[in-house]
Structures are given as structure tokens and as C-alpha cells.
Design a binder for this molecule. Structure first.
Ligand code: C2E
Ligand code: CA
Ligand code: CA
Length: 600
């Protein structure tokens, strides 16, 4: 137990400290009243204090009164130190709020006895406080406790715009029937069992595995949540610091699942269901009571709509949260159900119109939704870590496909294939090993594989990025900086990380014909690439004007709808067949797109 000795006389302080240390206390010291007060009122400050009557800054009596005024703080047990024979000091000390008095010089036996009495009082206080904030039946936090925590979340939400939390209001359906037919004791037993299953439902297994996958950088503090019993068969859950509203839905789904199994009561199996209302709190929310009442209203709607279900307070939010939850659920199955597709967009040499390679771009054939573009799912797979499995899949797929084409369409130079790698994939500890393995399995020559990265991959840890880049280069793989010009570190970046290819971002290419500023940027990038011996590809080329401007600026390679949209593998093969036997170049000004439009 920690104890504060507030005493300005160094000699007395040392004597007391010695006795206390010998008795097993953890001793803190203060030499004036102000410091003592600060120490006692700090978070997790000591709850036992030996307080001298006379001290600089703030005397013992004022300090006593000050502490007793702070009712929010846990109780501090105060032993007042007075001089021998001064009865008045004792009385004024007790009147100011001290719990006991001890005359100096202190008798060690007497001191220890007083401290033991103090500890007993503090323990009792803890029990009282605990009981006041907990439900005796389930031992869960009660309504005041819950509201207190909820208001902390509400005020945190006001300070941090990104902070989100959810409140779930869970009510057992037809609980009265159980109570009336089986008796109150059975009802109580059911409530404790139910509470236990709710507790299990808020443990965030997937949140934990998510942050583990993300590596140390994305690590979040996932406290799980606070489960409380408001009274009767009503329970509430506070999910603190969630990433997305769908996290609330996930817990609600888990509750439904966890209460499906029957409850054993007096040798009987009892089936119950529950209705859950969900409310979300973020920057705009006003008070704890309002969030709770939103969740309550949503719970009532769940009851009205037929019970055994969950509802979100705001219908728009409901649709969004459920939509995101389904998206995530579907994505989790997409890989094993082989719903992902790799599309390939040709990269064309502006000198002779020859196709030099392809960029692999992911699509998702989602049942009932059709072909989904990356903008509809990539960010979710990054949040959930699903990108890791998916990324490996597309890498393997693209490498195999490249081998097939290089055999089927032998040309002077082999085609290359570019695969996108997101920051999260880049953060994997065994990235290089995985890539080496895939290269080995597929038989692709390492220098025909290009990894497309954005500047974001190096933001977390430049040292590591430089090392991985080096290892990949040693492997023989080519590195390509995607979306170039949109980041901020441009020049120094190129020097530091020896890159092979730059891709000029589509935004500059698309308006370079009309906008001089964009044209200047494109020119600068081309010059930069030329000076550093880096290959440059212009992305998003859509018009003949753009092609001729790029040619006049000396840009060697381009990619875009003008030549071809991303195509599936059979459309690529068909295009190559049409283009002819040896060089696969398209006639000047003749877009491949006209030959084989991709159906998207
Ligand atoms: P990105 O790497 O910048 O890919 C180029 C995007 O521009 C592709 O969009 C492509 O279809 C589109 N595009 C190509 N030519 C033109 C054009 O002339 N005009 C216009 N307006 N757009 C053009 P897509 O396929 O929708 O992919 C979007 C982004 O999703 C990609 O941007 C990439 O960041 C990401 N992505 C796609 N596939 C993968 C993947 O397998 N792994 C990872 N990590 N990310 C991927
Ligand atoms: Ca790319
Ligand atoms: Ca790009």
C-alpha cells in the first residue's frame, strides 16, 4: 500500500519513512502542503497520508479541508501529526476532516496500529463503492457506472473527431414468461447465464487478430467493451473506440448466435431470444443519456419488427452499417469461393506501338452484385487484412498467366507483368520470401515481374522500406512507383529508393493538354526519369492528343483506355492473336479497345 508522508521537517520525515518502509509500505514524500495536495489528488494517488500540522505553502488544516471537498476522488485516510500536549491541534485537525491524530515524536507501534485501522476503513469504502456501482446478481456494472463511462466516451468524442463508439441495448424477449412459469430463482439463474453469454459476445477476437496482422504500426487499443445490467432483463454494452459502425453489427450478430443454444435451468432446456438496439456515438453526440435512449428506441423497434433481431437507431446508418458488414462477410468467403478475377491492362511502347506488358488489376465477381471494381472493396480488404491472402492470389495468378502468354506469344522481348502491392502487404515480415516462392513456383523470370508501390509504403518505417527494396532488387524484381506526383516526397524519394519505373499519375495526364501546369509537371517527371535512368509510364491515357503530346515530350510508355481497358485473360489472348505474330504492335492511332472492348 502506498502512503504519503507530508512533513517539512527532514529529520521527522526520515524517521517516519524508515518505520513505514520496514512495515512494508511504499512511501512517497512531500515537503510542502501544495505538493502534498497535488500528489493526493493525482490519478491513482496514494490513499493514506501522514499530514503535518504546519507546512509551507499550504498548512495541514487547509489541506485536510481541501481534500474533503473533492468528493469525486476516492476516500483518503488522513492521520494528522501534532506536537505533544497540544490538545487544540488535535481537535482542529479532526474538525478539518482528519481521521485520526498522532503526536510527534511518533511511537512506531502506535503508528502501525493507526495505519491498520485506516486500511480497514479504506477496504470498507472500496466495498461500498463497488456495491454502489455493480449489480448484485450478475456482478456486472450497473446503470450509474455505465452512464459514467458512457459520458467519458461522449466527451472524448467531442475532443477527437475520429473517435467512434457504439451502444447496444439488449432486452430478452418475453422474459416475463420465464419468470412466471419457472419462478424468480430460475429467472435469476437465466439472467446470470445470459450475462455470461453477452460477455462472451463482446470479446473482440477479430479485432485482436486484425491488429496482429497489421503489425505494430496499426496496433490499436482494443479494450473490448463494457457490459452492464441496467435492471430486469435489460443489458447495455459500450463498444469503445470502434473502427466502423459495422463493428457494432458484428457484436449484435454474435449475441444472436451465442444465445441460440438452449439455457439449462433446473434440468430443463429453455430457449430464449433477445432484441438489440444499436446507437452510434461520434463527434456530434450531445449527452450519454441521449445515446442510451437512441439505443433503447432502436431496441423497441427491433421488438416491434418481430423480436429476435437487431436494429440501428438511424435508418440511413442502419443500411450503411449492415451493408458494410455484409460486404466484409462476403469478402471473407470470396477467396475460397474463387470469386476474384485478375484483369490485365496493356502497357504500350509509344515509339512503336508494341505491347510491352500488362498491369494486373483485381475485380470481384460478387454474387447478386456483378463485377465489382477495386474502389468497392480494396479498402475493406486492407482494413480487415484480407488483402494479404488476396494479394498473394493475384500475384500468383498474374505470374502464371505471364508464363502462359510468353510461351503462347513468343516475341523478341518477353512481356512484363505489374502487380499492385498495398502498404499493408508491404508491412508483412516475410514479404520477400513469399514473392520469391511465387516466382519459383510459377517459373517467371524475376525481372519480368514489377511490383507497383505508392509512397505510402515507406511512410511507417523508411529504414525497413529501404532494406526490403534492396532485398527485392537482389531477387531481381523491378520496382515501380505508382501514382507519381500525388505524394510529396518526390525527388528525395527517388534518390533514396532505387526504383526502376515511375508511373505518372492519371490526374496530370488527363488534363495536360489543356492545363499548362499539369503539362509542366509531366515534362518535369519525364526529365527526371531521363536523368535518373528510370523508365516512365504515363497512366490514364484516353485521347489521341494525349498520345501525341506524350510522344513529343519523349515519353516512352503509356497505359490507358485509349489503347485498352483492363481485359480478362481470354480477351488479352484474343487481342494478341489479332495483333499479329511477332511484335504485337498496334497500327498507329488505332486503339486496341476498338478490337476488343472489355465488358465491365
Ligand atoms: P492503380 O494502380 O492506379 O490502377 C490504375 C487504375 O486506373 C485502374 O483502376 C485502371 O482500370 C484505371 N485506368 C486505366 N486506364 C485508365 C484511363 O484511361 N482512364 C481512367 N479514368 N482510368 C483508367 P482500377 O482497376 O479500378 O483499380 C483501382 C485501384 O485499385 C488501382 O489503382 C490500385 O491502387 C488498386 N488495385 C487494383 N488491383 C489491385 C490489386 O490486385 N492489389 C492491390 N493492392 N491494389 C489493387
Ligand atoms: Ca498500379
Ligand atoms: Ca496508378
Amino acid at each position: 500500500m502506498r502512503i504519503l508522508v507530508a512533513e517539512d521537517d527532514a529529520y521527522v520525515r526520515q524517521l517516519l519513512k524508515k518505520t513505514l518502509l520496514r512495515a512494508g509500505y511504499d512511501v512517497l514524500e512531500a515537503t510542502d502542503g501544495r505538493a502534498a495536495l497535488e500528489c493526493l489528488l493525482s490519478v491513482d494517488g496514494p490513499r493514506l497520508v501522514l499530514l503535518d500540522r504546519f507546512m509551507p505553502e499550504l498548512n495541514g488544516l487547509s489541506l485536510c479541508r481541501e481534500i474533503r471537498r473533492c468528493t469525486k476522488h476516492s476516500y483518503v485516510y488522513i492521520i494528522f501529526l501534532t506536537s505533544k500536549g497540544c490538545k487544540e491541534d488535535v481537535l482542529s485537525g479532526l474538525a478539518a476532516g482528519a481521521d485520526d491524530c498522532l503526536t510527534k515524536p511518533c511511537n512506531p507501534q502506535e503508528l502501525k496500529a493507526l495505519l491498520r485501522a485506516g486500511e480497514r476503513i479504506l477496504k470498507l469504502e472500496d466495498t461500498i463503492v463497488h456495491d454502489a456501482l455493480h449489480d448484485p446478481l450478475t456482478r456486472l456494472p450497473n446503470r450509474p457506472f455505465f452512464l459514467d463511462r458512457l459520458s467519458l466516451s461522449v466527451s472524448r468524442g467531442k475532443r477527437h473527431p475520429d473517435y467512434k463508439f457504439a451502444v447496444l441495448f439488449v432486452d430478452i424477449d418475453n422474459f416475463r414468461v420465464v419468470n412466471d412459469s419457472l419462478g424468480n430463482a430460475a429467472g435469476d439463474w437465466l439472467l446470470t447465464q445470459f450475462a455470461e453469454r453477452l460477455g462472451r459476445s463482446i470479446r473482440r477476437e477479430d479485432a485482436i487478430s486484425r491488429s496482429m496482422n497489421a503489425g505494430p504500426t496499426l496496433d490499436r487499443q482494443d479494450g473490448g467493451g463494457i457490459l452492464a445490467r441496467l435492471g430486469g432483463d435489460r443489458f447495455t454494452i459500450l463498444l469503445d473506440d470502434i473502427q466502423d459502425p459495422s463493428d457494432g453489427i458484428r457484436v449484435a450478430e454474435r449475441i444472436q448466435r451465442n444465445i441460440q443454444c438452449p439455457f439449462a435451468i433446473d434440468g430443463q432446456e429453455v430457449f430464449i431470444t433477445a432484441s438489440t438496439g444499436i446507437a452510434f456515438g461520434s463527434t456530434g453526440c450531445s449527452a450519454a443519456e441521449n445515446v442510451l435512449s437512441d439505443a433503447f428506441t432502436a431496441m423497441n423497434r427491433a421488438k416491434a419488427l418481430g423480436k429476435s433481431r437487431y436494429e440501428v437507431c438511424d435508418p440511413v446508418m442502419h443500411a450503411a452499417a449492415v451493408g458494410r458488414f455484409r460486404l466484409e462477410t462476403d469478402l471473407r468467403r470470396a477467396l475460397e469461393r474463387e470469386e476474384f478475377r485478375a484483369y490485365y491492362q496493356p502497357i504500350v511502347s509509344l515509339g512503336d506501338g508494341r505491347i510491352t506488358g500488362f498491369e494486373a488489376l483485381m475485380r470481384w465477381q460478387r454474387p447478386k452484385f456483378g463485377l465489382v471494381m477495386p474502389s468497392g472493396f480494396i479498402s475493406v480488404t486492407e482494413d480487415t487484412g484480407l488483402i494479404l491472402g488476396m494479394g498473394n492470389w493475384v500475384l500468383r495468378k498474374a505470374c502464371r498467366q505471364l508464363c502462359v502468354w510468353n510461351k503462347q506469344f513468343p516475341s523478341n522481348r518477353a512481356f512484363t507483368v505489374a502487380v499492385n502491392l498495398s502498404a499493408r502487404q508491404f508491412a508483412q515480415p516475410d514479404l520477400v520470401g513469399q514473392i520469391a516462392q511465387i516466382l519459383y513456383e510459377s517459373g517467371v523470370a524475376p525481372f519480368d515481374l514489377r511490383l507497383e508501390l505508392t509512397e505510402s509504403v515507406t511512410m511507417e518505417d523508411e529504414e525497413r522500406a529501404a532494406r526490403i527494396f534492396g532485398e527485392l532488387k537482389t531477387l531481381g524484381v523491378r520496382l515501380c512507383l505508382d501514382d507519381f506526383g500525388t505524394g510529396y516526397s518526390s525527388l528525395s524519394y527517388l534518390r533514396r529508393f532505387s526504383l526502376d519505373v515511375l508511373k505518372i499519375d492519371r490526374s496530370f495526364v488527363s488534363d495536360m493538354v489543356s492545363n499548362t501546369e499539369s503539362r509542366e509537371i509531366v515534362k518535369t517527371i519525364l526529365r527526371l526519369g531521363g536523368n535518373l535512368g528510370i523508365e516512365v509510364i504515363a497512366e490514364g491515357v484516353e485521347t489521341a492528343e494525349q498520345v501525341s503530346l506524350l510522344q513529343s515530350l519523349g515519353c516512352e510508355y503509356a497505359q490507358g483506355y485509349f489503347f485498352s481497358e483492363p481485359l480478362d485473360q481470354s480477351d488479352v489472348a484474343q487481342t494478341l492473336l489479332l495483333l499479329g505474330a511477332s511484335d504485337y504492335s498496334m497500327p498507329q492511332g488505332f486503339p486496341i479497345q476498338a478490337v476488343s472492348p472489355a465488358s465491365q
